[in-house]
Write a protein that binds this ligand. Structure first.
Ligand code: ACO
Length: 436
């Protein structure tokens, strides 16, 4: 369209500029030519926390936060959650298409083949305190994988990249399960590639002395669905970290470790753990009104509520509610669900939350399911990190193949001191007193 342009008048100079609009965006670099004179650097945008800045073009995940739509590679999340295995979805994210049955069989086989971890990793894990947070253990051991696979540094080689992608997806459940068993002082259980991705993880977590651990099929499927729902979410905090660190061409293990660090924060993936603590603290329905009053007073946050891009019900939270009822058929009802549902009811009819478009996000109900399945709160974010690895890697691959991408390096607006001369140490107290 010819009129897909933006005309800007700079009132400082009365100059007019016309810049192209493409896919609802203007290029920030087009603003650079808006100058008051040859000495002027040119106009920049100031956007703390990337509230309105697209940092990349991506074909992986589509998200419409106003309408509550989430699609991986064009497929609605609801359909993928109903019909796919997690590894099928991981393949879709990475390859761009759903696998044929032969492709899926090969993919499952390749992942199964790489699930083992080097025995030295076990020694490495033994060094952690028994009460170390599993996310910290996961982050450190993922970073440590770079010492086992030095060839991973050659990120320009597509074959090398693919190998590390497979290794990471395959080894994440193993590392996560070992982190869990280390905490309990239990012997590590080796992966079993005959099992599904979720069943294998459950086996490595919970097998004790029985000759064969058989995961409950409803719980294993529920975990698989939760993995699918968490697999990618476009440019969230941890994915942006993956892209930012990856843009320096660091190896994928160090890069993924950085993404795990970002995910661990309570405002991001760590929220699921905080939701459970919050529900435990509220305790009974009678305490909800008091808690909501504290939230509205700005003294507390309603964890698991609100999202940077969803200004509507998070479609993942809707699916998770359904999964919860299936899980409770097996495990019995987790009483925290009643508090959560009452909290949601009150919040969604309260002016404070309506005005700010605050809805439950993916973390609001996931922890209640995890707890019913037998996971402890400190495991919850690990359960997020395992599947998100597929999304991180899909985005990382896309970044490295995007000819427009370079090392990520934002600009700043400097607000510090102007140039000033050095003051010898013995004169500083006097100089400070003179200023005061
Ligand atoms: N409880 C109470 N008030 C909230 C909440 C909440 N959970 N979330 C946002 N608000 C309020 C803010 O105080 C602010 O109010 P104001 O306009 O009066 O100042 C308004 O809603 C807008 O909130 P922002 O913080 O500006 O929104 P932002 O997009 O920066 O933050 C975030 C999004 C971090 C997710 C926020 O909603 C939050 O902290 N939620 C709780 C933590 C959480 O559940 N995180 C998981 C997110 S999903 C994920 O990462 C997997």
């Amino acid at each position: 369209m010819d009129n897909e342009t933006l005309t800007i008048t700079d009132n400082r100079t009365q100059q007019t500029y016309t810049i192209p609009i493409s896919r609802g965006t203007i290029r920030a670099m087009d603003l650079r030519k808006i100058k008051t004179g040859p000495e002027d650097f040119g106009l920049m945008t100031y956007d703390p926390a990337f509230m309105n800045t697209a940092s990349c073009q991506s074909a992986v995940t589509f998200l419409d936060g106003e309408k509550g739509i989430l699609r991986y590679r064009g497929y609605p999340i609801e359909q993928l959650a109903e019909h796919c295995t997690f590894l099928e979805v991981a393949y879709l994210l990475l390859q761009g298409e759903l696998p044929t049955s032969d492709e899926l069989a090969n993919w499952n086989c390749e992942i199964g083949h790489h699930m083992m971890i080097h025995e030295n990793i076990k020694k490495f894990m033994d060094g952690f305190n028994h009460d170390a947070h599993p996310m910290s253990i996961l982050m450190s051991t993922v970073a440590a994988l770079s010492t086992f696979y030095p060839e991973a540094r050659t990120v320009s080689d597509a074959k090398v990249r693919r190998k590390q992608v497979i290794r990471l997806i395959a080894k994440m459940p193993t590392l996560a399960a070992y982190a869990y068993r280390h905490r309990l002082g239990l012997p590590y259980i080796y992966p079993d590639p005959e099992l599904t991705y979720a069943q294998n993880y459950m086996n490595m977590l919970w097998r004790r002395t029985e000759p064969k651990y058989v995961a409950n099929p409803v719980l294993a499927r529920a975990l698989e669905v939760l993995f699918i729902l968490h697999a990618d979410h476009e440019q969230n905090c941890s994915t942006n970290t993956m892209r930012a660190v990856g843009s320096s061409t660091a190896d994928p293990y160090s890069t993924a470790a950085a993404a795990i660090a970002a995910l661990s924060g309570p405002l991001h993936g760590g929220a699921n753990e905080e939701v459970l603590r919050m529900l435990a603290e509220i305790g009974t329905k009678a305490n909800i009104a008091g808690f909501i009053a504290q939230v509205k007073d700005g003294k507390r946050k309603l964890m698991g509520f609100g999202h940077r891009v969803y200004k509507n019900y998070d479609p993942r939270a809707r699916i998770i509610k359904q999964v919860a009822s299936e899980v409770f058929e097996v495990t019995g009802r987790n009483p925290k669900i009643d508090i959560a549902m009452e909290l949601e009811k009150i919040a969604l009819s309260d002016e404070y939350f309506i005005k700010r478009k605050l809805y439950p996000n993916v973390d609001f109900y996931s922890g209640i399911i995890y707890e019913a399945m037998g996971f402890k709160p400190e495991q919850f974010t690990v359960l997020f990190g395992i599947p998100r690895t597929a999304g991180w890697l899909a985005q990382w691959q896309e970044l490295l193949q995007d000819p427009e991408q370079k090392i990520a390096r934002p600009r700043q607006v400097y607000i510090g001191e102007e140039r000033r001369d050095f003051i010898p140490i013995e004169e500083r107290a006097l100089a400070a007193a003179a200023i005061a």
